[in-house]
Design a protein around this ligand. Structure first.
Ligand SMILES: Cc1cc2nc3c(=O)[nH]c(=O)nc-3n(C[C@H](O)[C@H](O)[C@H](O)COP(=O)(O)O)c2cc1C
Length: 376
């Protein structure tokens, strides 16, 4: 396994197509998904030579938490469908690597499952549901589990369609079409790991939504629960519920970034949800410098979308991010090899980042700025 692409190829063989495509795909024509990658690839790094780079330090603080790398694992719905207990395995790998892990509202393992599996506090990502009582209960559970930050995702008030999921019958529970059954039958290692996992459905929801005990009714409940009426005003309600560190995820526009900076949140994440929501939106990396410039030091800037290597992390940091989140890069690791696969994904990115920093002539995160980029 020399790079994230190797993990991706292994995951593709191991994970049923329906779930692999769910992780890999984007919304509609996937133009934003592709732009996330192509725009990163276009950014050239500036090679410097004969600089003493023998004292390299990759450590940093992320919203006040010490981290071994400027990296965190992004919230991923149904992460545990890449490998049984996927969220527990990923949180352990993040803990061992000394970086934050963020659990999704739509995870398979519940908040309490992850809290029991790790000592390091993790972050909890919240989708505000129409059922505000349920949202409040989720925030209270995150507080009881001693989560160190609440990550509020604001770019999913309505759901962008992912054609691959529709074509594959990717629902929860999955549509039991012949093709899906045959596909799973050819992947017994995956099936065993998922069967042996603690849970097979939305762990944060099952048993917590009144009258929704079976998987079918839960899935229906969720699809009607994303709230198109949500506004910045609702952030005051969240603020009152969660006085701790707040991260606002899903900002692409400068005006929205300025509004986010005024909320008193600790950080915002420049993100287009990995190209899974507004198809036609700019790539995350093209939005990053404008947002970073607009908010200055008022709020920490995090970044995600298309990160597949340590070089990409360096590019994003050079353009104003303090921290990068990775989604698919670690999901491929999880699908390829469970906890060891996630650890491998983090290690690959770490090593690439370390060597690239050295070849750009920098020793620490603080030194990274636009000067590490080569402009034509
Ligand atoms: C399979 C999948 C599920 C996701 N689920 C969530 C989620 O539940 N909540 C959320 O805030 N973001 C979710 N995201 C978006 C990620 O947190 C992150 O923004 C995105 O993956 C970054 O792009 P990358 O995958 O290219 O690194 C999901 C992304 C993927 C690929």
């Amino acid at each position: 396994m020399t790079c994230i692409e190797d993990l991706r190829r292994r995951a593709r063989r191991r994970v049923p197509t329906m779930f692999f495509d769910y992780a890999e795909g984007g919304s509609y024509e996937e133009t934003t998904l592709r732009a996330n990658r192509t725009d990163l690839d276009r950014i050239k790094l500036r090679q410097r030579v004969l600089v003493d780079v023998s004292r390299r330090d990759l450590g940093n603080t992320i919203i006040g938490e010490k981290a071994a790398l400027p990296l965190a694992l992004a919230p991923i719905g149904l992460c545990g469908m890449q490998w049984g207990d996927g969220e527990i395995l990923a949180s352990r790998a993040a803990q061992a690597a000394g970086i934050p892990f963020c659990l999704s509202t739509m995870s398979i393992c519940a908040i309490e499952d992850v809290a029991a599996a790790v000592d390091r506090p993790f972050w909890f990502q919240l989708y505000v549901m129409k059922d505000r009582g349920f949202s409040r209960a989720l925030v209270e559970r995150a507080a009881a589990a001693k989560c160190s930050a609440l990550v509020l995702t604001i770019d999913l008030q309505v759901l962008g369609q992912r054609h691959r999921d529709v074509r594959n019958g990717m629902t929860v529970p999955p549509e039991w079409r012949f093709a899906n059954i045959a596909n799973i039958a050819m992947r017994p290692a995956w099936a065993l790991s998922v069967l042996a996992g603690k849970r097979k459905t939305f762990g944060n929801l099952a048993g917590h939504v009144r009258g929704m005990e079976d998987v079918n009714s839960l899935a229906q409940w969720i699809s009607g629960q994303f709230d198109p009426s949500l506004t910045w005003k609702d952030l005051e309600w969240i603020r009152a519920l969660w006085p701790g560190k707040l991260v606002i995820k899903g900002v692409l526009d400068v005006d929205d970034a300025k509004l986010a900076a005024r909320t008193g949140a600790s950080a915002l994440v420049v993100s287009n949800h990995g190209g899974r929501q507004l198809d036609g939106a700019p790539s995350s990396i093209s939005a990053l410098p404008k947002v970073a410039d607009a908010v200055g030091s008022d709020i920490e800037v995090m970044f995600d979308g298309g990160i597949r290597s340590g070089q990409d992390v360096l590019r994003a940091l050079a353009l104003g991010a303090r921290t990068c989140l990775i989604g698919r890069a670690y999901l491929y690791g999880l699908g390829a090899g469970g906890e060891a696969g996630v650890a491998k994904a983090i290690e690959l990115i770490r090593n690439e980042f370390d060597v690239s920093m050295a070849l750009c002539g920098v020793n620490s995160i603080r030194e990274i700025g636009p000067q590490v980029l080569a402009w034509d």
